[in-house]
Write a protein that binds this ligand. Structure first.
Ligand SMILES: [Zn+2]
Length: 262
C-alpha cells in the first residue's frame, strides 16, 4: 500500500515538473529578432570641382576620401553597421545633398572628414567639431571656409541652430566627440607626434539639419609640413579611422547600457 502511494506521488511529481518545464522550453525557443544595424553616414569632405584646401599637389579632397573609406570599412567590420558614403569617388556633391543622404537613410551617426589649413606653417593638431556657436575666431574662420558653397547665409544657419542647440543630438555629439578625442590622443601622439587633439564647436553647414549625432573631424593641417606628410600616410589614416570608429562604438555601447541615474 505505502509502496503504491509512493509510486503514485512520484509519478505525479514527474508529470508536474515536466508540465512546469514545458512553457520555459517554449520561451527559450522563441527567437528575439536582432536589433537593426546602426546606420553610419561617412562623409568625405569636398570632391570633384571642389578640391578643398590645397598645398601644391596635395589636395584635401583626396585625403578626406582615403580616410572616409577606411572609416567606412572599419565601421562595417567592427560595428556590423550599415555604412552609407556620401561619395565614394572624386565627385562633387553639395553640402545640402550630404544632409539629405543622412536623413533619407535614417542616420544613427554622421561623421564628416576634413583637413585643416592655415595661413602659416605653424598651426597643427586634430580638431573634432560638433554643431554649436564657434569656440573661437579660428573655428569661425574654418567654418566659413568649409561652408563655401552653402545655399544659405550664416544668419539663416544661426536661426536653424537656435532651435537645434536644445536638441539632444548636441549632447550626444559632444559625448561621442570626447570618446574619439581620447582614442586619438592615445594613438596619434606617440607614433605620429600629434601635439593636440581638441573638441571644439562651430557652425558647420554640413552638420545643420542631420537628424542624428554628427561630428566633423579636421584630421590635421595640410599647411603644416609634418602633418601634411602624416596625412598622406596609410598608417596615419588607419590610426585615425580606428580612433573614430572606436569612439563611435563606445558611444553606441553607452547608449545601449542603462544609465545609473535613470
Ligand atoms: Zn574641408
Amino acid at each position: 500500500m505505502w509502496f503504491r502511494v509512493l509510486v503514485v506521488f512520484l509519478g505525479l511529481g514527474c508529470s508536474i515538473s515536466s508540465q512546469a518545464k514545458s512553457p520555459e522550453k517554449k520561451q527559450v525557443q522563441m527567437e528575439v529578432p536582432p536589433p537593426p544595424p546602426k546606420v553610419i553616414i561617412v562623409d568625405a569632405g569636398h570632391g570633384g570641382k571642389d578640391p578643398g584646401a590645397l598645398v601644391k599637389k596635395t589636395r584635401e579632397k583626396d585625403i578626406t576620401l582615403a580616410i572616409a573609406k577606411k572609416v567606412g570599412v572599419l565601421a562595417k567590420k567592427r560595428l556590423a553597421a550599415k555604412v552609407v558614403f556620401t561619395r565614394s569617388s572624386d565627385r562633387f556633391i553639395s553640402l545640402e545633398a550630404r544632409n539629405r543622404i543622412a536623413n533619407q537613410n535614417s542616420c544613427d551617426f554622421f561623421v564628416s572628414v576634413h583637413v585643416n589649413a592655415a595661413t602659416s606653417k605653424k598651426p597643427e593638431g586634430i580638431e573634432i567639431y560638433y554643431l554649436n556657436n564657434a569656440t573661437d575666431r579660428a573655428a569661425e574662420k574654418l567654418a566659413a571656409r568649409e561652408n563655401a558653397g552653402a545655399p544659405k547665409k550664416m544668419t539663416d544657419v544661426q536661426a536653424i541652430l537656435s532651435g537645434l542647440i536644445q536638441n539632444a543630438a548636441t549632447e550626444d555629439s559632444a559625448e561621442a566627440a570626447s570618446y574619439i578625442q581620447k582614442g586619438l590622443q592615445r594613438r596619434m601622439s606617440k607614433k605620429f607626434g600629434v601635439k593636440s587633439v581638441k573638441v571644439k564647436t562651430a557652425l558647420f553647414y554640413v552638420l545643420v539639419g542631420t537628424k542624428c549625432p554628427s561630428l566633423l573631424v579636421e584630421t590635421g593641417f595640410i599647411t603644416n609640413p609634418r602633418e601634411q606628410r602624416n596625412l598622406k600616410k596609410g598608417a596615419y589614416q588607419n590610426a585615425l579611422a580606428e580612433s573614430v570608429v572606436d569612439g563611435i562604438a563606445t558611444y553606441f555601447d553607452n547608449l545601449d547600457t542603462p544609465r545609473s541615474d535613470l
